[in-house]
Design a protein around this ligand. Structure first.
Ligand SMILES: C[S@@+](CC[C@H](N)C(=O)[O-])C[C@H]1O[C@@H](n2cnc3c(N)ncnc32)[C@H](O)[C@@H]1O
Length: 705
């Protein structure tokens, strides 16, 4: 089903409606795909899988009709733990990606287990610290946030750059030897009848580009095929509803269902009892999830008499939380973002590592030269896709990709594909003055420096001084000569310095887009974290806007990005900025793919221009969850006296007049004294007694990226 959901984001609906919508999808088909995943050990291009599934209708899966056996549970978490240990962190960056090279068995076990039954009890969920948070007046509601400034945030965050020395691979089979999915199939301009034959031939430098295009084209065709199948299936379902009935019969009567009792949703009491007894076994959870998805897909017809939709939803969320190891709060929050069956795809995608990608540093080399050099060292790679001319996706390597001579010489950056996107959107030009407001460890800074061909100046700022060390190291390694590193709280801009042609705010965030890299997010985020982060992001975005020179001859742009999929950290922040700064407008990001941002979400209505923002998802684009918005900043103008900010997006303003900002509301976000107090504390300076009481109640939030 995930493929069907691709490119098809409707406005999110209330949960009930969402579930009704899911009814149009076939749960068992989703399951079949999973079975194939499991069989193959690693994700392949999704569109291809759809075909394989068709050819192998007997696949056995959790969400499909399927007897499940083999190793169950959460092998994924095991695999991840092992990988984390295996890789070495370099220059303060995060370990990621090349951990795949080892632990082949773990990953295969994980893939097998995703939708297969087992009697092996699951490994426990991830353990993470719940931050001790306190913020006077903090509430999920936007307006309540304005009651007071955020007190204190732990500014440490993980990186989306993959600054690692990959696992030693010699003599070991890479987990990636089963070629992972290409990133975002976007091209549709190439078609070759013999491409199937060519697919098995080795990738060489000579055929690399052509192969990549052919794969993109093929994936697009397959996605179209899937979409067609989906439409047909929906049509068939709408016609007589037999689709779902057939599943029921097969489930209960077919060979897969032999010996299984008919499914019955437990009552609230039974669930309580189950919890008391240590929770259900994995087999039960798997089966229940499969059944709940199926019933919610055609509720009217399949629901047991007297049972409500919300009972099924609650059961499903609770099972998702236990099966994938999330806390209930986050499981529900993420679940709400998607139609039911697609939500499962999202959770599944978080269990699989994203492709390893590198960015060519054009200050030192050209992509073709780099590719050739790495191919000569036994690295199997391809260009990422049409949308970037500097990215390479690494499929397999017999050498550690974070320690090759080319790496050490700064010819490339190990960098997640998603983190190319904000820089592409910002598009800094030679000779400009650019601010990277939250820049460590510098993946995007160094990318910008390269696009500017080492001219002009990039101010690379990060509030976390420790992290600026890895930033500086990367700047040196990659030969960037136009970068100034500084360490201020972003909220001190533009007082520190302003008037930039372009500003990038790659904001500290919850990291809900990078759960496959950092599983601790599954359990260490609470409602309050999102409130606090959203609050900080709102403060930062106003400062970022005010740091842009509206009169810039070449620019006047701000890009806001996060590696979070949460609406509070994305659309809500952008909408807030539009309301508070009527001199800014959203413009097209220039990115060729990505789903459009929400203009409505669970009762909230955002500025309709939010449709210009872009969302990226692991299960759709095979890259980290990411959000990108681009603003054009104009000169400030003033509303006529008496004209009110409507609160519905940018207020109407009259050219030539100075806009009076809503200073009361801004004050809460822009309390510089408070920011200074926090800085003093962070630097270990003595805070005057009268300020202490405030700080003692300061909350902390762990922000990752
Ligand atoms: C998403 S990461 C940045 C990744 C970086 N842009 C890159 O591409 O390598 C977010 C960064 O924001 C920093 N940060 C957190 N709070 C900040 C603040 N108030 N002002 C400036 N930087 C902050 C964190 O230290 C972290 O390095």
């Amino acid at each position: 089903m995930g493929r069907r959901a691709k490119n098809k984001q409707g406005p999110p609906e209330p949960l009930e409606d969402t579930l009704a919508q899911a009814g149009r999808h076939s749960a068992n088909k989703l399951g079949k795909r999973k079975a194939e995943d499991a069989k193959e050990g690693l994700s392949k291009r999704p569109a291809k899988k759809a075909r394989e599934n068709k050819e192998n209708p007997k696949s056995k899966t959790l969400l499909g009709k399927g007897k499940v056996s083999e190793k169950p549970g959460r092998a994924p978490s095991k695999a991840k733990t092992k990988r984390k240990e295996d890789v070495e962190e370099e220059e303060g960056g995060n370990s990621e990606g090349w951990e795949d090279v080892e632990g082949d068995q773990d990953l295969k076990a994980h893939a097998r287990s995703l939708f297969h039954d087992s009697d092996d009890d699951a490994e426990g969920g991830f353990i993470g610290d719940l931050d001790d948070l306190e913020m006077a007046g903090a509430d999920a509601d936007d307006d309540d946030l304005l009651q007071g400034p955020i007190r204190e945030l732990d500014l440490d965050s993980d990186d989306d750059e993959l600054e690692i020395a990959p696992a030693r691979t010699k003599g070991k089979k890479s987990k990636q030897h089963e070629r992972p999915a290409k990133i975002i199939p976007t091209a549709s301009d190439q078609s070759s009848s013999d491409e199937e034959d060519e697919e098995d031939s080795p990738v060489t430098f000579a055929n690399m580009e052509a192969r990549s295009k052919a794969m993109d084209a093929k994936a697009t065709r397959e996605a179209e095929l899937d979409a067609k199948e989906m439409r047909e299936a929906e049509f068939a379902g709408a016609e007589d509803g037999d689709f779902a009935d057939a599943d029921v019969d097969e489930d209960m009567d077919g060979e897969d269902g032999k010996g299984e009792e008919a499914f019955r949703l437990p009552s609230a009491e039974e669930r309580e009892e189950e919890k008391k007894n240590g929770g259900p076994d994995v087999h039960t959870v798997q089966r229940r999830m499969r059944e709940c998805v199926r019933v919610l897909g055609n509720f009217k017809k399949l629901a047991a008499k007297g049972r409500s939709r919300s009972e099924y939803v609650q059961q499903l969320i609770s099972d998702i939380a236990s099966y994938y190891g999330y806390n209930d709060f986050l499981a529900e929050k993420l679940f709400q973002l998607f139609p039911v069956a697609e939500a499962i795809e999202f959770f599944e995608a978080n269990e699989v590592p994203r492709p390893v990608t590198i960015r060519t540093n054009t200050l030192r080399t050209r992509r073709r030269d780099l590719a050739q050099a790495l191919i000569n060292r036994g690295v199997n790679l391809e260009p990422i896709g049409k949308w970037t001319n500097v990215g390479l996706q690494v499929f397999e390597s017999s050498v550690p990709i974070g320690a090759t001579p080319e790496y050490l010489a700064g010819h490339y950056m190990l960098q997640a594909a998603s983190s190319f996107l904000p820089v592409i959107a910002l598009s800094p030009q030679p000779n400009e003055r650019v601010l990277d407001m939250a820049s460590a460890p510098g993946g995007k800074t160094t990318h910008m420096a390269a696009l500017m061909q080492n001219t002009g100046v990039v101010f690379a700022n990060d509030a976390n001084k420790v992290r600026t060390k890895s930033l500086t190291a990367n700047i040196h390694r990659l030969g960037c000569k136009n970068v100034v590193v500084c360490s201020y709280d972003g909220r001190e801009f533009p007082k520190v310095i302003g008037g930039f042609d372009r500003v990038l705010l790659d904001a500290p965030c919850s990291g809900t887009g990078v759960i496959s890299k950092d599983a601790s997010v599954k359990t260490n985020k609470s409602e309050r974290d999102f409130t606090l982060l959203s609050h900080l992001q709102k403060q930062l975005i106003l400062c970022a806007i005010d740091s842009v020179a509206p009169d810039s001859k070449t620019g006047g742009y701000l890009v806001y990005s996060t590696c979070s999929v949460m609406v509070e950290e994305n659309e809500a922040v952008v909408d807030y900025a539009l309301r508070k700064r009527p001199n800014v407008t959203l413009v097209d990001t220039g990115l060729e793919f990505g789903r459009t941002g929400y203009t409505r979400y669970r009762g909230k209505v955002f500025n309709e221009k939010l449709s210009l923002t872009r969302r990226f998802y692991p299960h759709v684009h095979n890259m980290d969850g990411f959000f990108v918005a681009k603003f054009k900043v104009e000169r400030r103008t003033k509303t006529r006296p008496g004209r009110e900010d409507t609160g519905k997006g940018s207020a109407e303003v009259e050219a030539g007049e100075q806009k009076a900002f809503d200073s009361d509301e801004d004050r809460a976000y822009m309390d510089m004294a408070e920011i200074k107090r926090k800085r003093m504390k962070a630097k270990g300076l003595r805070v005057p007694a009268q300020l202490k009481s405030k700080l003692e109640h300061a909350p902390t939030v762990e922000a990752v990226a």
